[in-house]
Write a protein that binds this ligand. Structure first.
Ligand code: AMP
Ligand code: MG
Length: 449
């Protein structure tokens, strides 16, 4: 097995390169528009007709011929939204009352706002200095979209804005990509599963995160004190499942793998049947860190075996050949498909940072998204920060986005095992390698989460 430790930017480029080579996700399904938020579009949304479908008034007021404004105009009728003016075309020195959203009557070329006119005895005069240009307060037919135009391309993540477009075009259902199925495996002898947790087997979705369930019993306070000394609850599987779901995947939390060759082997065999396998723990230099060596037994191809980042340095990324057959699929012939995997360092902050930096882009690509790169913004440091690290650091931090600007404050922490400090932050402050110190007011990058 080769050691391949990359700088941060190289490692990210490697993930993005893999993401770009992925074929479109296998399946697509139809969902109603109300179920479409968070899904990725598999068939483009097109305008069935011009939008707007008529010259649309954007104001309550009076439809006029712009050239006539300045003279007394005779009010010859009224048209509201949802109606078409059926009378004669607007003639010289005539005007028609019109409401926002109504089609402009034939012959008119502008709308004067109701606030800018005076009417007496059915005669309208526009206030002095309130002339209108032809086209004012009107959106011409087809100005927003032409019939047949693609308004939402394949691969677009659907949010409220996209759903509004689909609804405006009359789509009651959309074709979206199947969600990628992500197996999550925590490793470690110290880990204890939360009470009542169940684990999915392949093809059985009842124990997937997001399936209905819950004990319904009321919480009386923190449970605590249930564990033997030296044991900790498995928090990574739950954090990863939440992150997977937020990125459009379906998460299956498999049973914890103990730090034995056979247990890790079993779990990888199981996880290799899914679209993506996320392992946590067991990738460092410890005597019981077995994940890489067992992955190699499955003929894994490793794209990198570490990244120069902190936290998260021991991360491994690669893919496993998916094998066919039913009883012992890992012995069968290669199906031509791959299961991507990440071996994430077990410290919970490392796990989460690595997810945002590397897993999320690949997962978005598996989900069929075209826009996959992690998002960074710039912010000003609220306080001095010591630097001097040899690797790029991603420190839990609190970003405050105010009208005056965006500032970021690194939160105090006890290192990458400190889940509580991580939750006090809302982002990660990026500190480049090799810089001795960062001064208050300096601009730094921030990784959004
Ligand atoms: P490892 O990467 O296996 O060496 O683990 C590094 C640290 O992360 C150790 O302190 C582990 O106890 C902790 N850790 C590993 N896996 C988990 C997990 N699933 N949930 C919470 N902490 C974990
Ligand atoms: Mg471990």
């Amino acid at each position: 097995m080769v050691d391949r430790v990359l700088g941060f930017e190289e490692a990210l480029a490697e993930v993005l390169r893999q993401a770009a080579t992925l074929a479109m996700p296998r399946g697509a399904e139809r969902v109603t528009l109300s179920e479409a938020a968070g899904r990725v579009l598999a068939t483009a949304v097109r305008a069935g007709r011009d939008q707007p479908p008529f010259h649309r008034s954007t104001r309550d007021g009076f439809a006029v011929r712009a050239a006539d404004v300045g003279r007394a105009l005779r009010v010859v009728g009224s048209v509201k939204a949802g109606e078409v003016w059926r009378g004669a075309a607007l003639g010289e020195d005539e005007t028609i009352e019109i409401m926002t959203g109504a089609p402009l009557p034939e012959g008119a070329d502008a709308v004067v706002m109701v606030e800018h006119v005076a009417i007496q005895g059915g005669v309208l005069t526009v206030q002095a200095g309130r002339g209108v240009r032809a086209g004012e307060n009107v959106v011409p037919r087809g100005a927003e979209a032409r019939a047949g135009d693609t308004l939402l391309p394949v691969g677009r993540l659907l949010g409220a804005a996209e759903i509004a477009v689909a609804a405006s075009c009359g789509y009651a259902e959309l074709e979206v990509f199947a969600r990628p199925r992500v197996a999550i495996v925590a490793t470690g002898d110290e880990l204890v599963e939360l009470p009542g947790s169940v684990h999915p087997t392949h093809g059985d979705e009842t124990a997937m995160d997001g399936a209905p369930g819950g004990s319904g019993s009321a919480m009386s306070g923190p449970p605590g004190g249930l564990l033997g000394d030296a044991k900790i609850y498995n928090s990574n599987s739950y954090a990863l499942a939440a992150l997977v779901r937020a990125e459009g995947g379906v998460a299956g939390r498999l049973e914890i793998a103990r730090d034995t060759h056979d247990d890790v082997w079993e779990r990888i065999a199981q996880g290799s049947m899914w679209d993506l396998l996320l392992l946590s723990g067991g990738v460092s230099m410890g005597k019981f860190d077995l994940v890489e060596e067992v992955l190699a037994e499955f003929d894994a191809e490793f794209f990198f075996t570490g990244a120069l980042i902190q936290p998260g340095k021991p991360i491994v990324f690669g893919r496993l050949p998916k094998r066919g057959g039913t009883a012992h699929p890992q012995d069968g012939p290669w199906t031509g498909e791959w299961t991507y995997f990440f071996g994430l360092p077990g410290n919970p902050v490392s796990t989460q940072v690595c997810f945002h930096l590397f897993v999320a882009p690949l997962l978005r690509a598996l989900a069929g998204c075209t826009d996959v790169a992690p998002q960074f913004v710039e912010a000003k440091l609220a306080e001095d920060v010591r630097g001097g690290a040899k690797v790029t650091r991603f420190l839990p931090a609190e970003m405050i986005s105010a009208w005056e600007g965006v500032t970021v404050r690194v939160v105090g922490w006890q290192g990458s095992g400190d889940v509580a400090a991580n939750a006090r932050g809302n982002c990660y402050c990026v500190l480049p390698a090799g810089v001795e110190s960062f001064a208050k007011g300096e601009t730094v990058r921030v990784l959004l989460r």
